[in-house]
Design a protein around this ligand. Structure first.
Ligand SMILES: O=C(O)CCC(=O)C(=O)O
Ligand SMILES: [Fe+2]
Length: 329
């Protein structure tokens, strides 16, 4: 049971009645690729719809193996994590961050007083955690060398959709994890990622493994109702009509994600997710033939970053060095 004290302002609040227009997030299983594509990717003028897959990760080892206990045991003293309070709704934005061992962080998420920073944590941000802030949250890309064994516990091959990354072979197939495509999320009750769209028009999966998460989702075309003049996003659990006068015109898609379930979102869906308990999830971003064009044109804007990722890669860096040697001669 989760016994951590939750900051009172970040519960999945009853302000949900403020949203008169509602759409359903369906739960589906065992869909063919054609049916999935027609219902959730190309539907509704190409915006698609978010959906919960109840069987998407059944064949992944992580579904049976990963838990907060597992991470505490296997990586607890190995990893130092930086957890943040991403209160990015307000500008100017101060990063509130702390550094501590993963075991201590997991204990804090489960049993700590989440209104205060973890005991003995080193402050690494610009400002301390305030009692009325969202809870601290740790999420990190799987590029850390310690995470390499975890890459065998799930796959880029997705039964319900043609993830183009799965056409890659060998080390290249793992390379995708060195781009910001796969992230671990561990948080306590109240850990929140404020309303946002994911980058580069990718599709998003949240493979959820422990605890519960409350997600509030809006179609891409609703953006105009949900950001104020300073481009700050609404807090959909406490909508402020003075700042967002037309917010109630947006249709809310809302769900509670349970362990073993996977939330799929098509490109550019706006989402605000809050943990209701101590939680563990794996996030994945990917592309299919439907979003490859948008994805690729975004990618082309970052040639230096791509070169850097390849140059730092433990295996592929040699291929990069060999190739630059050849082109120089
Ligand atoms: O799981 C969460 O708390 C947020 C995840 C998210 O925003 C994402 O995976 O894109
Ligand atoms: Fe996201």
């Amino acid at each position: 049971m989760n016994t951590a004290s939750l900051s009172p302002n970040v519960s999945a609040s009853p302000a949900l009645s403020a949203w008169p227009k509602r759409g359903a997030v369906e739960r589906v299983s065992n869909l063919s690729r054609a049916e999935f594509e027609a219902r959730f990717i190309t539907s509704f003028n190409g915006e698609g719809r978010p959906v919960i897959l109840t069987d998407a990760m059944d064949h992944w080892a992580c579904a049976r193996k990963w838990s907060l206990d597992y991470f505490r045991r296997e990586f607890g003293h190995l990893l130092v994590v930086r957890c943040w309070c991403r209160n990015s709704r307000k500008k100017p934005y101060f990063a509130v961050g702390y550094e501590l061992e993963l075991a201590a962080y997991i204990d804090y998420c489960r049993h700590g007083d989440l209104r205060r920073p973890p005991l003995q944590a080193k402050m690494v941000g610009d400002a301390p955690l305030e009692p009325d802030s969202p809870s601290l949250y740790w999420y990190e890309n799987l590029a850390r060398p310690e995470f390499r064994p975890l890459l065998d516990d799930f796959d880029v091959e997705l039964g319900f959709v043609d993830n183009l990354q799965s056409r890659l072979t060998g080390e290249w197939r793992k390379l995708v994890f060195y781009f910001p495509f796969a992230n671990l999320f561990i948080g306590g009750a109240g850990a929140n990622v404020a309303l946002h769209q994911d980058y580069w028009s990718t599709h998003t999966l949240i493979a959820h493994l422990e605890g519960r998460k409350h997600a509030m989702l809006f179609a891409p075309h609703e953006g105009g109702h949900l950001f104020n003049q300073e481009k700050e996003p609404i807090d959909p659990r406490k909508p402020d009509p003075a700042q967002f006068p037309t917010f109630a015109e947006a249709t809310l898609y809302e769900c509670i994600l349970e362990p073993g379930e996977t939330l799929f979102m098509p490109p550019n869906w706006l989402h605000d997710v809050v943990s209701l308990d101590a939680t563990l999830s794996l996030g994945m971003n990917f592309f299919t033939t439907h979003n490859f064009g948008e994805y690729f044109s975004n990618l082309l804007c970052y040639p230096l970053q791509i070169h850097q990722i390849l140059s730092n890669h433990p295996v592929l860096s040699k291929a990069v060095r060999d190739a630059s040697g050849k082109s120089a001669s």
